[in-house]
Design a protein around this ligand. Structure first.
Ligand code: FAD
Ligand code: SF4
Ligand code: SF4
Length: 383
């Protein structure tokens, strides 16, 4: 019997799915089992679109279609919570199984606080996350640092600290540190992120800590809730999934890798936030003077309530037809969101004027957390 707190290796019994999956295929096997048995009405996952730089969110209701979502797309920088909020009525009328990275999960929790998502209708399958890469920057990085035509690449992965590509004619890996020193690699918000294992999900799945003959062939599953335990038990009883206890050495290694990632996140926070401290408002004022008022940063933010900006053009703070925008537009937005910023990076990712919006709201959030709880210390934050 599987229980909350268990640490398992798990793998699909479906050989076709095993070939497509990232490692053991446990994530897809569990979601498929949940859909086939009507535990959920739909599954929200990510699927390759035009190419591997084009990750698209999908809502699937036919279990047969689920295999095409297997595998990890590291250039998938989308946020699942706003997809559910905007296009699936916040799971208010249907039960949804969803794959979540740490930021997806934090987005869901914030939206639930605002009554925009019904958490009771969600089954959350977490995936550990070392970071994702902006698709446009990934193309430039592959051309520039790997010397390979990005259109010739048919597979990418992040493994043992390297970004690895397979392309017509071979494969090549370069360390993430080297890529980041050259201005490529993971998105800047991902470098600062400290939510690597999504333990607030029902299950947290990853590849860290899978050793020996199981390496690459099993998924490391941390069972985080009774709902997650029930799902794994039923899938095993139905012979859709096989499991064994995780190797103690693997558990130790996974813990060490997670610890190293948290330290790295802390290092990036120090690096990114130093220099902002004394002049934050001046820097914000200068950077946001490029704003063209497209409002992407409002629409895609999981914590920004659009109602606060209703009638925004008519508001005296955002005068119609005026560019650059009134500074109060941005000050008001930061005041409104920064206390609950989850550092998902959507604002910065989608800003056409490349304003480092996530850097500012994340810096304000961390500073505020420190101010309210001076004993906590910056290293305790998980967001
Ligand atoms: P599969 O059965 O292959 O299913 C994978 C699921 O992930 C599918 O449902 C797919 O739709 C979904 N998915 C693919 N891309 C994305 C995306 N960009 N955002 C949201 N969902 C997506 N594990 C670690 O242990 N350490 C890491 O550092 C790590 N980094 C990761 C970074 C990213 C961006 C992603 C997406 C995953 C990462 N993982 C990491 C998790 C790992 O790659 C596998 O997803 C996990 O081990 C499950 O394997 P599986 O074979 O059971 O998954
Ligand atoms: Fe992963 Fe964190 Fe980046 Fe989200 S913000 S993609 S959880 S590293
Ligand atoms: Fe302005 Fe960028 Fe926000 Fe668009 S996304 S409103 S350009 S700050």
């Amino acid at each position: 019997m599987v229980a909350k707190g268990d640490l398992l290796y798990a793998w699909t019994t479906d050989s076709g799915l095993a070939k497509k999956a990232e490692c053991g295929g446990a994530v897809t096997a569990l979601l498929k089992f949940a859909l086939e048995n009507k535990i959920v009405d739909a599954v929200v996952a990510v699927q390759k679109g035009f190419d591997l730089y084009d990750a698209i969110p999908v809502a699937i209701t036919d279990p047969k279609d689920l295999d095409q979502t297997a595998g990890s797309l590291h250039c998938g920088t989308l946020l699942m919570s706003t997809f559910i909020k905007n296009y699936l009525d916040g799971a208010k009328k249907m039960k949804i199984g969803v794959v979540v990275k740490g930021c997806d999960l934090m987005g869901l929790l914030e939206e639930a606080k605002r009554d925009e998502i019904n958490l009771n209708n969600l089954l959350t399958i977490g995936v550990n996350c070392g970071g994702s890469v902006n698709p446009t920057r990934a193309r430039a990085m592959i051309q520039d640092k790997f010397g390979v035509d990005p259109d010739k690449v048919h597979k990418e992965e992040i493994d043992k600290g390297q970004f690895i590509i397979e392309y017509e004619g071979g494969h090549k890996g370069i360390s993430i540190d080297e890529l980041e020193d050259a201005g490529y690699g993971r998105r800047t918000n991902c470098r600062r992120c400290k939510y690597k294992v999504p333990r607030q999900a029902d299950l947290a799945c990853g590849n860290w800590g899978v050793l020996g003959e199981k390496a690459g062939k099993a998924t490391f599953v941390e069972v985080c809730s009774a709902k997650g335990a029930d799902l794994v038990s039923k899938a095993v009883a139905s012979k859709k999934l096989e499991t064994c206890a995780a190797d103690p050495k693997g558990i130790e290694i996974r813990g060490k890798v997670e610890g190293a990632m948290l330290k790295l996140g802390e290092k990036w926070r120090k690096k990114d936030f130093t220099g902002l401290r004394d002049d934050l408002w001046k820097i914000i004022d200068k950077e946001t003077s490029r704003c063209i008022k497209c409002y992407s940063c409002i629409e895609k933010c999981p914590v920004c309530s659009a109602t606060a900006f209703k009638g925004r053009d008519e508001s005296i703070m955002v005068r119609r037809g005026k560019l650059p925008s009134d500074p109060m537009f941005h000050l008001r937005r930061f005041a409104h969101i920064s206390d609950s910023c989850v550092n998902c990076g959507q604002c910065e990712e989608l800003c056409p004027m490349e304003i480092p919006l996530a850097l500012f709201s994340h810096a304000i959030r961390v500073e505020a957390d420190n101010a309210f709880n001076p004993k906590l210390g910056a290293s305790s934050y998980t967001n």
